[in-house]
Design a protein around this ligand. Structure first.
Ligand code: PLP
Length: 305
């Protein structure tokens, strides 16, 4: 089990450093205009990479996805790939954090004269580093999560492409409140065919008969998901990327959620009903151990300094 990072809130902010429009500042001072379309219309894309013991985990993958998504949304950044990489490193160095949650954002910005034509907007780049953050708290990671399968549908992929990391989270927020009403700890949304998609900040795997299944469509292609699929090959575990019917999830032997914000985290109850024996399972533990071991591997990590 990984040590918990203590956050010392100062005016409600975790300690950290941000970069906006060419300047670094304390996270509590970081501001964008209320006229930024990223804020007004969720017209932005972002990515999150983590740093563990002063090494970025899979930084190249996160930068590739971020820059691809910037291009897919007809956003443009006036620099090459090295600039965001260096900016993220500098945010971490200035923050002093050994373990960090590091976010990069490209926002549409505002057009001169508040034109509504997105082609005229001046796009912006923002980055920040704060302490490492987990989707599940320490107790939830130890005992496993109680996951609620929401009645809320994920926004259809033909409306908002889920492979472009985005801030269209009102479906997740609605589902999260629904989960809390049912005394669950987090939520996963379904698609229009009642297949599992993803949750607020994570993808999901089910383990049945020693094989794993993860939804093949309708989700962000998470870097932790891709990493887990790579670990399958090393662990000799078969994997299927295919539809996962919501009503099949409760019959799985094990399940786990995966995210840059916390890695691999066991699910032990579905809608309050124990999954398997109701304890974090052995297959989940094998993935978790190997995942954290990879954080020392120079092929998978990039030093901050
Ligand atoms: N799905 C959604 C909607 C997310 O927001 C995230 C991460 O924030 C994930 C899945 C997991 O992606 P990754 O493994 O790249 O962190």
């Amino acid at each position: 089990m990984q040590p918990e990072v203590k956050i010392e809130p100062e005016r409600g902010f975790p300690p950290g450093v941000a970069y906006i429009d060419g300047d670094f500042c304390d996270i509590s001072e970081a501001r964008i205009s209320i006229l930024d379309f990223g804020f007004l219309h969720s017209d932005a894309t972002y990515d999150v990479v983590h740093v563990w013991r002063r090494r970025f985990f899979r930084l190249d993958r996160h930068l590739d996805r971020f820059l691809d998504n910037v291009a897919k949304l007809n956003l443009a950044l006036p620099f090459d790939r090295e600039t965001p990489a260096e900016t993220l490193k500098e945010c971490v160095r200035r923050s002093g954090h050994d373990d960090a949650y590091v976010e990069m954002i490209c926002t549409r910005g505002t057009a001169p004269g508040y034109s509504r034509d997105p082609r005229e907007a001046v796009n912006g780049f923002i980055a920040f580093a704060i302490p490492f953050s987990w989707v599940a708290n320490e107790e939830q990671r130890r005992l496993g999560l109680n996951l609620f399968i929401s009645t809320v549908n994920r926004i259809p992929s033909r409306s908002v492409d889920p492979t472009i990391k985005n801030y269209h989270w009102l479906d997740f927020i609605k589902g999260t409140f629904e989960a809390y009403e049912h005394h669950a700890e987090t939520v996963v949304l379904v698609d229009e065919d009642a297949n599992i998609t993803e949750g607020p900040g994570f993808n999901l795997f089910a383990v049945t008969g020693g094989r794993v299944t993860t939804p093949g469509q309708g989700t962000l292609k998470g870097i932790t998901r891709a990493t887990t699929l790579e670990l399958c090959a090393e662990l000799g575990i078969g994997a299927d990327e295919c539809p996962l019917a919501a009503d099949r999830l409760g019959a799985a032997d094990e399940a786990f959620i995966i995210s840059t914000a916390g890695g691999i985290m066991a699910v032990t109850r579905i809608d309050g009903i124990p999954l398997g024996d109701g304890k974090p399972g052995p297959v989940t533990a094998r993935f978790t151990d190997l995942y954290w071991q990879k954080h020392d591997d120079p092929d998978w990590t990039t030093p901050v300094d």
